[in-house]
Ligand binder design. Structure first.
Ligand SMILES: Nc1nc2c(ncn2[C@@H]2O[C@H](COP(=O)(O)OP(=O)(O)OP(=O)(O)O)[C@@H](O)[C@H]2O)c(=O)[nH]1
Ligand SMILES: [Zn+2]
Length: 219
């Protein structure tokens, strides 16, 4: 039986990107578009294929974004535990809800849902990192203990997706300055960063504090 990286027992290193280096060369293609009525409002969902990570990334779009400037945009990294199961260990679920709500109120806006689970280390490795955090390590130390950098994400695929959607510039909903930097390095015009606020809880307080102190998040 072949074991894919995300289910491997030992950490498997994804290709080293990233934000601080030159943007990766990647071909991204539109694959399919469909209507997506949601409890937040009417969206369209666009699926893309790329030749780099083999993952199906999607854009969830409200209104007409082509040719527009200052399009309100959220680039959300997949978090199965937070987005689907309502985990209180992170702020991902509330951030995704807030972004969908806010974008549905705009004339036009985009959520890129990027399959960069665990800041790029994959689901199984993230759970391994969680088990180390159960033992007292923080989120950065746990990644390092497993032999990964804190953040393996690259924003080249996101940038190509935005180009294919035809947006001229974006307002990015994020607290993470390296996301802005990564997108700009990949050629996207970011007019403005808009903070995305959630209410901390006792389970994610230390995690958010580590992101602020060690990862430079503007919380
Ligand atoms: N490796 C690892 N990944 C985590 C952990 N907690 C959450 N994640 C992942 O982190 C990603 C979200 O990254 P964050 O740093 O919270 O936020 P961000 O997307 O960089 O910044 P914002 O735009 O402000 O939300 C998701 O892919 C989660 O699965 C953890 O303890 N370890
Ligand atoms: Zn999360």
């Amino acid at each position: 039986m072949s074991i894919k990286p995300e289910s491997a027992a030992e950490p498997v290193r994804p290709p080293r990107p990233s934000v601080s280096g030159s943007p990766l060369k990647v071909n991204v293609e539109h694959f399919a578009t469909a209507n997506l009525p949601t409890r937040y409002g009417q969206f369209r969902i666009v699926a893309f294929k790329n030749d780099r990570d083999g993952k199906d990334h999607v854009a969830v779009i409200h209104g007409d974004v082509r040719g527009k400037q200052g399009v309100l945009t959220r680039i959300h990294s997949e978090c199965l535990t937070g987005d689907v199961f309502g985990s209180l260990k992170c702020d991902c679920g509330p951030q995704l809800n807030a972004a969908l709500e806010e974008i549905a109120e705009q004339e036009a806006g985009i959520i890129l849902y990027m399959r960069q689970e665990g800041r790029g280390i994959g689901l199984a490795n993230k759970i391994k990192a969680y088990s180390l955090q159960d033992g007292g390590l923080d989120t950065v130390e746990a990644n390092e203990h497993l032999g990964f950098d804190d953040d393996l994400r690259d924003y080249s695929i996101s940038a190509r997706m935005l180009e294919l959607l035809g947006v001229e510039s974006i307002v990015l909903m994020t607290n993470n300055p390296s996301k802005v930097e990564g997108l700009e390095q990949a050629g996207i015009v970011v007019d403005e960063r808009r903070p995305i606020k959630t209410v901390p809880n006792p389970h994610n307080y230390d995690y958010l504090e580590t992101k602020r102190l060690k990862s430079g998040h503007l919380l």
